[in-house]
Ligand binder design. Structure first.
Ligand code: OGA
Ligand code: NI
Length: 362
């Protein structure tokens, strides 16, 4: 096994979930069993039938004037009422989506010793392991993760870029370029949906920070007791999520106090608003809380890209969204500091955003 560098964070023993699955224990280890209030009961998961909005990207970039206009309106409603939408006809080649998915699967199927050549050091967010664990008694997610910082290059840790499977790193690079262009484009239309200039976010963000996280959720004999991924909002501006083909339904979003499952649409990408856009729009667009649940028989893979402003950028609500009836809800802060705060806190709903919230007394 590769030596794991010493870390100041004491996290106790963390079982590798795939190994655990293969060992088929008769009971789920205590650290994965959620308290009653956190368990994903069947009733809440099935109580909603509505689906998240679908945006046709080709209408945004190639449509006639009316189509562009109505799709931007749709996009605005999706961001305001859901914070989540699926994008179809997004122009990223299907073959690229398929190859990154295949390689990610192959990576997770490698022997543990091979994956542990790229260890995620507790308290950091790159490499293979369990992210967001900060104490010995914290409950664990039923998930193995592999994460890489991609852009700008200085955030990369070259030692963590796998040499196996062949073409893995090369494909991550190609895929990330395409997803970056998509984020950049979507942000233009999101800006327009807010009544801002097309380039407003691009100009503000500087050289955007981009990271990729691959989440592998093995089947779990007791999906009613565990969570695949704890409830959280994303610290990014935008997140792009690719759901593995044939995977079980696992992503759920919190809408009107109900967990709504996101039904995968073949070849579509799931997009969500992160904390940055919530702050910039002074809460008009919200970074909606979401989580992942597991399945009794099926594994699930998701490939997630986080797109955020450059770390040196100062952020706060844009003046366009602050007036007498919409008082300023967030303070100004440095995005690098927020990122640091985000990655060094456990995932806990929308708690990370308390960092920026202005608490008004009533
Ligand atoms: C995430 C995330 C959900 C999923 O990685 O931030 O929300 O379905 N993932 O894997
Ligand atoms: Ni997320």
């Amino acid at each position: 096994m590769a030596p794991v560098p010493l870390s100041p964070v004491k996290v106790g023993h963390i079982d590798d979930v795939q190994e655990l699955r293969n060992a088929k224990p008769t009971t789920i280890p205590e650290r994965f069993v959620r308290d009653m209030t956190e368990r994903p009961t069947l009733a809440t998961a099935l109580s909603s039938t509505s689906d998240i909005p679908v945006i046709d990207f080709s209408k945004l970039i190639k449509g006639d004037k009316d189509e562009v206009h109505s799709e931007i309106l749709k996009l605005g409603i999706a961001c305001e009422e859901w914070g989540f939408f699926q994008v179809i006809n997004h122009d990223i080649e299907l073959s690229l989506l398929e190859s990154i998915e295949k390689l990610a699967k192959e990576f997770f199927m490698l022997p543990l010793e091979e994956k542990q050549k790229y260890p995620m050091i507790p308290g950091t967010l790159q490499g293979y392991g369990q992210a967001f664990v900060f104490s010995e008694d914290q409950k664990l997610d039923w998930c193995n993760m592999f994460a890489l910082g991609v852009e700008p290059h200085y955030i990369r840790n070259p030692k963590l870029w796998p040499t196996k499977p062949a073409k893995f790193s090369e494909t991550v690079e190609l895929y990330s370029k395409e997803v970056r262009a998509l984020c950049n484009n979507l942000l233009k239309y999101i800006a327009m949906s807010l009544g801002l200039r097309q380039q407003a976010f691009e100009e503000m963000f500087g050289v955007a920070v981009q990271a990729i996280r691959m989440n592998y959720y093995p089947a779990c004999s007791r999906p009613d007791l565990v969570l695949g991924l704890s409830p959280h909002s994303d610290g990014s501006a935008l997140t792009v999520l690719q759901q593995g083909k044939g995977s079980s339904v696992g992503l759920q979003i919190l809408k009107d106090n109900t967990w709504v499952p996101v039904q995968p649409i073949p070849n579509a990408l799931v997009i969500n608003i992160g904390d940055t856009l919530e702050v910039l729009s002074n809460g008009k667009y919200k970074s909606v809380e979401h989580r992942a649940v597991t399945h009794k028989e099926k594994d699930r893979l998701s490939l997630v890209t986080f797109y955020a402003p450059s770390y040196e950028i100062e952020l706060g609500p844009m003046p366009e969204f602050v007036d007498e009836s919409n008082p300023c809800k967030y303070r100004r802060y440095n995005h690098g500091e927020y990122s640091k705060h985000y990655v060094t806190s456990k995932l806990q709903g929308k708690k990370a955003l308390d960092f920026a919230k202005i608490h008004t007394k009533i």
